[in-house]
Design a protein around this ligand. Structure first.
Ligand code: PLP
Length: 399
């Protein structure tokens, strides 16, 4: 697998790079890099504007990528796939729609305590602006959601439930199918934040039953600045676009714009078409192996890392029923930032901090953790280097 990722042969501070920060961003496979380079070498033009060969060919590639994303998500129609700049923009786009078109004072939005700030702050702000009320599903100490409390929070005022599938801070895999069914029983719509899930779970939006689904390309190894908001067609059909500009009208009759059909009316301005093409290429690459097989590879390494952490006296933050992708850890007497810096000296890339999920960590009475997130291209053969790096780092920091 590593042969596809030349960056993984890099030496850092004299040691082979062990890249365990994949929850932040995944490295780009060589075939994806080549797709991007080849695009700029042979075929570049703005989409949905010009009729020359370069533009037409770019447009075809972008629309082929949309179809690839449709299949990847199990969506029914390519028109349900809106290209955005990433999860953050996807959620803000939906939040703007809710603010302008769907919420009234006293309506309720439910988010979970596990949300990344991208799926927390937009809803907090929307509630502030509209007089809607934000309800937060609490955590139990193991790092799972309190599902009894969730059921209690759903009322006939709940308009939308926003939940991450996989927590970026502690790795909890939420029972999104069950939670979606409960939300629908209460008459609410559901947004699933799939930013961390897409690399570790096969997505099927029909099976999940969700109404909206967001993710970022770079978590799958694309260019940055590309992401997706999936929305069910019958919902999107009835929504007014929140952003305005080039490429999103069919005609302008005097002062009356006739908005373009889906998905274009939600993609104002020049889209990141090369990003979209890189997303198509990244999904094609991942599909060669299958997401489930790739997730199993990452899980093997994650389990090995967990054993090493425990053997060195560390503890895991949360002990959720199902975990994917991420292990957050603490070592007594050692600050996570110091440990991340020390590990870097031995070539190990991990992240320390609150991981943009301060609410979740506060619920567990923690402010920062060391987060270790291997991916499918990491190998059990790396673990002795990790073990040694951890031992040396702890020795260094503890004097
Ligand atoms: N949601 C989750 C669960 C994430 O892990 C992240 C990024 O780490 C985001 C949302 C935000 O993604 P982006 O910064 O690519 O918009």
């Amino acid at each position: 697998m590593k042969e596809y990722f030349p960056i993984l042969s890099t030496q850092v501070n004299g040691s082979p790079l062990l890249y365990y920060d994949n929850a932040a961003t995944l490295q780009m496979a060589a075939p994806v890099q080549e797709t991007v380079a080849e695009h700029y070498r042979t075929c570049n033009g703005n989409v949905h504007r010009s009729s020359h060969a370069m533009a037409r060919s770019t447009e075809e590639r972008m629309e082929a990528a949309r179809e690839t994303v449709r299949a990847f998500l199990g969506a029914e129609h390519p028109e349900e796939i809106l290209f955005t700049s990433g999860t953050t923009q996807s959620i803000n786009l939906l939040a703007r729609i809710y603010e302008d078109q769907l919420l009234h004072p006293g309506d309720e939005i439910v988010v979970t305590a596990l949300e990344h700030n991208s799926n927390f702050l937009p809803w907090l702000e929307v509630c502030r602006r509209t007089g809607a009320v934000l309800r937060v599903v609490p955590l139990i100490p193991e790092g799972d959601l309190d599902l009894d409390a969730y059921a209690q929070l759903l009322t006939d005022r709940t308009r939308l439930v926003c939940m991450t599938w996989v927590s970026n801070a502690i790795g909890t895999v939420n029972p999104v199918e069950r939670m979606t069914a409960l939300a629908h029983q209460a008459g609410a719509k559901v947004l699933v934040d799939g930013a961390q899930a897409v690399l570790h779970r096969s997505v099927d939006v029909a099976r999940l039953g969700c109404d909206y689904f967001s993710f970022s390309g770079h978590k799958l190894g694309t260019l940055t600045g590309i992401g997706v908001l999936y929305g069910r067609q019958e919902l999107l059909d009835n929504l007014h676009p929140p952003f305005f500009g080039g490429g999103m009208i069919s005609t302008l009759e005097g002062l009356h714009p006739n908005y373009a059909p889906l998905p274009y009316r939600f993609e104002a301005g020049t889209p990141n078409y090369v990003g979209a093409i890189s997303l198509g290429a990244a999904i094609d690459f991942l599909n060669r192996f299958g997401i489930q097989a790739l997730a199993a590879r990452a899980e093997t390494v994650l389990n090995g890392i967990q054993s090493i952490v425990l053997a060195h006296g560390g503890s895991t933050v949360g002990n959720p029923q199902i975990r994917a992708g991420v292990l957050s850890v603490l070592f007594p007497g050692v600050h996570p930032y110091d440990l991340a810096c020390a590990l870097d000296q031995f070539g190990v890339a991990v992240r320390a901090g609150h991981h943009c999920a301060s609410y979740a960590l506060a619920q567990l009475d923690i402010s920062e953790t060391l987060r270790i997130s291997p991916a499918f291209y990491n190998e059990p053969e790396e673990l002795p280097q990790f073990d040694q790096a951890l031992e040396r780092s702890l020795r260094l920091l503890r004097g």
